[in-house]
Design a binder for this molecule. Structure first.
Ligand SMILES: *Cc1c(COP(=O)(O)O)cnc(C)c1O
Length: 355
């Protein structure tokens, strides 16, 4: 590992298939921690090693920055002046930040009322032109694909192949930290770019360094589980807005990654997702709801006895930071009480029944 983070292009650029003409645009993304969570492993039954790849610690708070540094670098190199994306929120914030860095326009199309506050604020803060549509993410994606084909504006959704070239570096980092691939990798699945990128990354590293291959557990939300149901979902619903997607653009590749890795794609309920978000926070790692889905899926499979991880190493990808979606916490876990500025009242509240 390098002494300090230099961004994924500097660190892994030689392993990324980017055109010669690319012009590096970086915010020093990547090099995120792989946090051991032994107590959480105990809570899930114990007997295995568990690590959280905390992608919420990227510059804009999600893994999208890995793909965006690659996609925007390619676009900058070919003189692109404007980029466009559809987004459930994190792609918007990331595209906005990297476009700002490159001095480009960013236009982001989001489903009205369905984007978490921290993501919308990010996109606005970085200066993106944000447009909400009366439709779903899937509608938005269809529209931006059409517009990017008709107009001189580059698409930076994960249909853009350079996004995957960047995102696969997270698999390299996990192998470099552990000295090889974990036995299982669990992660949330929305539009399915990330699971596709991880599988690309693990296969590439295995071919290069014999680092081994994980079994992949991809996890969708029960109300937005097209890959589990085997057909698109017209009106996807879930509290995990980042994976509220009914027609995953890379669905076929996701199913292939699960099959080739001898893993699977499953669905968990919103209650399971929120419970795992809580449990992770109680272990010191606060993630947004979608980011807890991978571990919720692991807990589900362990509980049902469908997976045996005894003596194994498991890595879970936590895709985005909890600060992205403050409302879900305030709504579900309660607002702090307001008391008079008075010592007796505070002592009563603090010690109350415990004295
Ligand atoms: C984008 C995103 C996902 C889903 O990733 P896909 O590549 O669309 O499957 C999951 N969690 C978070 C926080 C995201 O931003």
């Amino acid at each position: 590992m390098m002494a300090s983070n230099s961004g994924i292009l500097a660190h892994y650029g030689a392993l990324m298939d980017l055109p010669e003409y690319s012009r590096p645009v970086t915010l020093l993304e990547g090099d995120t921690p792989l946090i051991p969570v032994p107590r959480l492993a105990e809570e899930l039954g114990g007997g295995f090693e568990l690590f959280v790849k905390f992608e919420g610690l990227n510059p804009t708070g999600s893994f999208k920055d890995r793909g965006m540094t690659a996609a925007i670098s390619e676009a900058a190199g070919r003189g692109v002046k404007a980029v466009i994306c559809a987004s459930t929120g994190n792609t918007a914030a990331s595209a906005a930040a990297y476009a700002a860095r490159a001095g480009m326009r960013a236009v982001v199309i989001i489903p009205a009322g369905k984007v978490a506050a921290g993501k919308l604020a990010g996109a606005v803060a970085y200066g993106a032109e944000v447009i909400q549509i009366e439709g779903s993410f899937d509608d938005a994606l269809g529209l931006v694909v059409e517009i990017s084909q008709r107009q001189p504006i580059a698409l930076v959704n994960s249909l853009n192949p350079y996004r995957l070239e960047g995102q696969k570096t997270a698999a390299f980092e996990i192998c470099d930290t552990l000295g090889g691939a974990p036995d299982w990798l669990c992660l949330p699945v929305g539009n399915a770019g990330n699971i596709t990128a991880y599988w690309m990354g693990f296969r590439q590293y295995h071919a290069l360094k014999g680092s081994g291959l994980p079994q992949i557990l991809g996890v969708q939300a029960a109300g937005s589980a097209p890959l589990v149901l085997g057909h698109p979902v017209e009106h996807p619903e879930t509290v995990a807005t980042a994976i509220r997607i009914g027609k995953p653009a890379r669905g076929e590749q996701a199913l292939q990654a699960a099959e080739e890795s001898n893993g699977r794609i499953i669905a968990v309920t919103d209650d399971e997702i929120l419970a795992m978000q809580h449990q992770l926070a109680a272990n010191g790692v606060w993630v947004e709801p979608a980011s807890a889905a991978g571990l919720a899926g692991l807990a589900h499979e362990l509980c049902e006895g469908r997976i045996d991880v005894r003596g194994r190493r498991v890595a879970a990808v936590c895709t985005g930071h909890g600060m992205k979606d403050p409302d879900v916490v305030i709504r579900g876990w309660g607002k702090p009480p307001v008391l008079p500025a008075d010592r007796d009242a505070l002592e009563e509240a603090i010690l109350g029944g415990r004295a």
